[in-house]
Design a protein around this ligand. Structure first.
Ligand SMILES: NC(=O)c1ccc[n+]([C@@H]2O[C@H](COP(=O)([O-])OP(=O)(O)OC[C@H]3O[C@@H](n4cnc5c(N)ncnc54)[C@H](O)[C@@H]3O)[C@@H](O)[C@H]2O)c1
Length: 285
């Protein structure tokens, strides 16, 4: 099936980035969110981002105009004519379940439903629909316009045809698709979050200071930033949630979340977004 119309559900951090990239690559895009202010913020982000990329010569005037022409809606009904839906709503199974039940009813039976989930089972999401063969993971990275990878995750019943369609789309978006099977954390978070969790253990046990831990990984392993800095960027609540998914889903204590991570989340020290995590971020509260 030829993909030309894309509906992006959720206008938050990931949704507006996905809408931007798909629109600048020539697709007709509708961005849908239940919260009108989220649509406004999402649209403002897109306009700011394409203006910057245009001024740096990285987008043409046509691409900028295409992103500015993204239509928005507060009703899921606006996804009815889409060939492909990319869902980027909050990471809560109860919310996703409701969204997929509705999407399954509203969209054409041949439309593909792709989820940007970081940690929820694609198989479980597919089971909320009558088309699990057309449900697939399309895990974009943040920030979407800049990051190269799209992790393509196959649920138990995802068809070859669906996998091929979103793989080809990712290439058309200028990304590098990599296929993963549907196990907790897929490839990306299965490896990244335990590394961050281990860094928090090292901090808790006094193996090194926050600066020492981050510097060893930056200068010794050539990582662009240290794991504690990265945890602050991702959000400590998100890291804890992924560790709980790994621990529960794989049933192995090697994935147990570090008590210090739990304590910091309980205290509301969530990283950059709350103004304080492993580091302090003045004026960002
Ligand atoms: N933030 C990241 O770095 C990142 C990276 C990769 C994947 N993800 C995944 O992407 C998804 C979205 O994450 P985010 O960071 O953009 O979240 P976010 O909180 O920034 O945005 C989520 C949006 O979904 C909207 N929403 C909630 N319920 C809805 C509904 N029923 N219908 C339509 N919209 C609804 C909210 O209003 C909000 O605007 C999650 O599944 C997350 O795991 C996030």
């Amino acid at each position: 099936m030829e993909i030309s119309r894309i509906a992006v559900i959720g206008a938050g951090t990931m949704g507006n980035g996905i809408a931007q990239v798909t629109a600048t690559c020539g697709y007709t895009v509708t961005m849908i969110d239940v919260v009108p202010e989220a649509l406004e913020r999402g649209r403002a982000n897109i306009w700011g981002s394409v203006a910057r990329l245009f001024s740096k010569g990285r987008l043409t005037a046509e691409q900028k105009a295409a992103a500015e022409a993204i239509s928005t809606d507060t009703n899921l009904q606006a996804a009815a004519s889409a060939d492909l839906v990319i869902e980027a709503v909050v990471e809560k199974m109860s919310v996703k379940q409701q969204v997929y039940t509705e999407l399954d009813r509203l969209t054409r039976p041949d439309a593909i439903l792709a989820t940007n989930t970081s940690s929820i089972s694609i198989t479980e999401i597919g089971a909320c629909t009558r088309r699990p063969d057309k449900v697939v993971g399309m895990h974009f990275m943040n920030p979407v316009p800049l990051m190269q990878l799209v992790e393509i995750i196959r649920g138990l019943d995802t068809s070859d045809e669906t996998t091929m369609a979103v793989t080809e789309l990712s290439v058309k978006l200028g990304k590098t698709p990599v296929e993963a099977q549907d196990y907790p954390g897929f490839i990306s978070n299965r490896i990244l979050c335990p590394m961050i969790n281990e860094a928090v253990y090292a901090l808790m046990e006094g193996v090194g200071t926050r600066e020492a831990i981050d510097t060893v990984m930056k200068l010794g392993m050539n990582h662009p930033m240290g794991p504690l800095t990265l945890a602050d960027l991702i959000g400590l609540d998100i890291v804890l949630n992924v560790m709980q998914v790994l621990h529960h889903g794989l049933g192995d204590d090697k994935y147990r979340p570090c008590p210090l991570l739990r304590k910091m989340v309980a205290a509301g020290h969530l990283g950059r977004k709350s103004g304080r995590g492993f580091y302090e971020y003045g004026g960002q509260l």
